[in-house]
Design a protein around this ligand. Sequence first.
Ligand code: SF4
Length: 681
Amino acid sequence: MTTTAEPEAITTTINPFRYRRRATRVVMVGDVAVGGHNPIRLQSMTTTRTQDVEATAAQAERLVRAGCEIVRITAPTPRDARAIGEVRAILKSRGIKVPLVADIHFSPEAAMAAADHADKVRINPGNFADSRKFAVYEYSDEEYAAEVRRIEERVSPLILKLKERGLALRIGTNHGSLSDRIMNRYGDTPRGMVESALEFVRICRKLDYHNIILSMKASNPVVMIAAYRLLDAYMQREGMDYPFHLGVTEAGNGEDARIKSAVGIGTLLLDGIGDTIRVSLAEEPEEEIPVARALAEMLPAALIEQGGEAGLTGATPSPSWNPLESARRHARTIHLGAAPTGGDEHALVLTPYQLAGTVSHASGPRTLPIAGVAASRAPRPDAVAFDVAGEADLQRLAELAWKGPGAPRTALLARGHDASLLARALEQAEGAYLLLDGDSGAVDGLVQAAHVAGKALLVESASVDDVVSVARTAQGTGLRDLALAFRANDVLSLLHGYRLLAARLDEAALDVPLHLRYAGDEPLIPASAALGALLCDGIGDIAGVEGADGRPLVPLTFNLLQATRRRITKTDYVACPSCGRTLFDLQTTTEKVKARTAHLVGVKIAIMGCVVNGPGEMADADFGYVGGAPGKVNLYVGKECVERNVPEDEAADRLVALIKARGRWQEEGDDEAAAAPERQA
Ligand code: SF4
């Protein structure tokens, strides 16, 4: 498998069909062991001003009581770095012992001071020895090597001090703050992120210092996953075994942020990658810990801590996708009712149908009242599956079905275990959804009936062989509108089964779209991780998440497609989690901006607490709302600051005016969502 960004071949050793935790050395952060067979460690970061040592200690204490095992504190200056020592003393006086990490940007002096007071120092290789000017310049090999030597001179004193004191270092690359040198040679790519870190790792190794942990954060989970996988591949090649700290940076708040984090962190944990995690929320820091814990506990402890393995055994086909890229798997275009998917079409949302309210066909095509949709801003699902188990259900289906002219907005599918009953239901519904349970006796008849009726057929089974066999039958009959789904009881089996199904279909040249379905208790984290991993692999054309009780989770499904860039149906937010540099109340500001702009399909808005890091870390946002000074906001279009020092109480209005002036405004209620183009990262 090769990356497009790199002429040399690089391969991943991650087995997409089998879990095994990545082997790493153990790095001690204070008393907490990270990597090896240790549990996945939970981290967070304080948001207070570091020199307000009482407030910082109080917040650190709350974090520890919530379950946080490592606390990071920003250290913009040597004074802040020294304040970390005071925070430690306060915590100690309260009987609290927790490793403290100094977060450094730009200031080698602060890093040197931090090495006297913290257990670990985090540096950003994009700005430790460089200030970014967004300059475009072609570096010759000699000039590039001279720059790396300059960095070596700047960072070596810190490494030697950490080595002498037995402290740890995190080399924490951020997608949004790569140095000009890296940007000019590698671009804004996962490969650039990897090289940015490896330059520093090689310096550490030259100095025989190995207490290193690495991170590759990005606000886009697709980019973040690719960067960590690529880092793993390069490190394997260079014989390096340092642990990884995982995080999706500037994820924002609420369900969107949890989904983005679960997609990015969860996918990698299911790969076996990751030793410590931080879920970055623009909320109170202690809110991050339950989400992080749910992710860390998603897999059984026996797999994480005892070197266990799980997954498919025996011969498996070569995957037809590249885990180091995110190209969509080729599937033919099919229709569920009027809605197309597969091909270049965006992913559809299909959920179970639970009626909410009464059905009226009086004024035209059916608008089915669907549970859980009316109260949210999420679009309606493209298709719903109504369970049909007997004659009474067939009658009910007839009442729901629209018989007049015009295409209904939501396709109605009949779902059940009885192929013969579903064949009869095709008269009323736009398609059938067969839950296959071993006995496939009447399936051939249903395939034939769907073909004759010109309706869609979805088939789901816990057996990959059975659904591949249906695909072969359908090919023989000429049925095109077919999609397949796989069923399993746990996240790893679901992930590996869908990957096997995709690989088996591709091996047999059967370009059948896949429906990714997750049903279970507390589905937000496991569904985002398992289905998110598949969507980031490029697998899946239809998605649906439901509770264990069959409750359709329509907004969650749309948010998952948005997080994986498989369907954009609303505004995308990048919001920093805030820290001691933040110049406004991040939480209330984020809510204020969201309240005005949440309906802008496909617009990406960054809300960043400070100008020191904010503009650099906004990644590919269309508009930026950035703390410029106390009570003042700077507004950006892309990376360009277009309005400075806007009073905070006018800033949201001015942001809206800016979006309008740039032609990106949509009035609320414009129903563009369903037509929003798919965007691959
Ligand atoms: S962008 Fe936000 S989290 Fe990053 S340094 Fe500035 S205030 Fe802190």
